[in-house]
Design a protein around this ligand. Structure first.
Ligand SMILES: [Zn+2]
Length: 253
């Protein structure tokens, strides 16, 4: 059996769950609308934007077939896993380090958790497991949204299509005994557990509510920039102000 991990990994300080209403074909997802949910929405159990900037991993070995930014969605990465007979989609990403055509190994970084193209969501990862090759930003409810068709009818048609072309990601991960923790993934990859290094997960002003959750004192003043720095071992994040020299280096000043 090919080795598989969760797309977001637990560390001593981070736990994830499927957020309420964010399950596969969840009836509580946008009730009364045409929108059927073809994936799962994974979120830090603390909710809100507490997982903003966290690392998202390829769940298995494969080939990146698309990596880019799309209206509404934000960043999307689509990976083909020929040995498993599926494609996995990771959405609402920022800071995508992979390109189409690139090979990835189980546990490789494919992006960071973001908030959608217009920062319109609380930070979370939307994750899909597809049985068919579909466009990266495919949304079945849009395909069946014919003029004059009632929302409930569109949703039923979309759900039938999703059942045919997608798998329930929670069931699929469970069936493949997906690794849950960073330590398990490092062991499976034959990596030595290091002490953890601070990595810069992005220099820009994070959304205001992020500071309310984390460190109000670090909220940037107009013209100031901050970085979110993550300890790769613990997943712990902190905010640092960015000086003029670093801003010039990053081409931001
Ligand atoms: Zn979703």
């Amino acid at each position: 059996m090919s080795r598989v991990c969760n797309p977001v990994l637990e560390t001593p300080t981070i736990r994830y769950s499927v957020q309420p209403g964010g399950g596969f074909l969840d009836p509580r997802y946008m009730p009364g609308t045409r929108h059927a949910h073809p994936g799962i929405d994974l979120n830090d159990v603390r909710g809100g934007d507490s997982d903003l900037g966290n690392r998202v991993r390829a769940v298995a070995d494969g080939t990146v077939v698309a990596a880019g930014h799309y209206p509404d969605w934000g960043g999307i990465v689509l990976v083909h896993h020929p040995q498993l007979g599926v494609w996995t989609q990771y959405a609402h990403l920022t800071g995508i380090p992979v390109q189409a055509g690139q090979q990835v190994t189980m546990g490789d970084l494919v992006g960071h958790i973001g908030k959608g193209a217009r920062n319109q969501y609380w930070a979370h990862l939307h994750f899909e497991v597809r049985r068919s090759l579909l466009p990266p930003d495919f949304w079945a409810s849009n395909r069946f949204n014919a003029k004059g068709r009632a929302a409930a009818q569109t949703r039923r048609l979309a759900e039938a299509y999703i059942r045919e072309h997608y798998l329930d990601p929670e069931a699929w991960l469970a069936e493949h005994q997906a690794l849950r923790t960073l330590a398990e993934v490092e062991a499976a990859r034959g990596e030595r557990r290091g002490g953890g290094v601070a990595v810069d997960v992005g220099t820009r002003a994070a959304p205001l509510n992020w500071y309310q959750l984390h460190d109000e004192a670090m909220r940037p003043l107009p013209g100031e920039w901050v970085s979110i720095v993550e300890n790769t071992r613990t997943g712990e994040k902190r905010i640092v102000k960015v000086g003029a020299r670093k801003l010039r280096e990053k081409g931001l000043a």
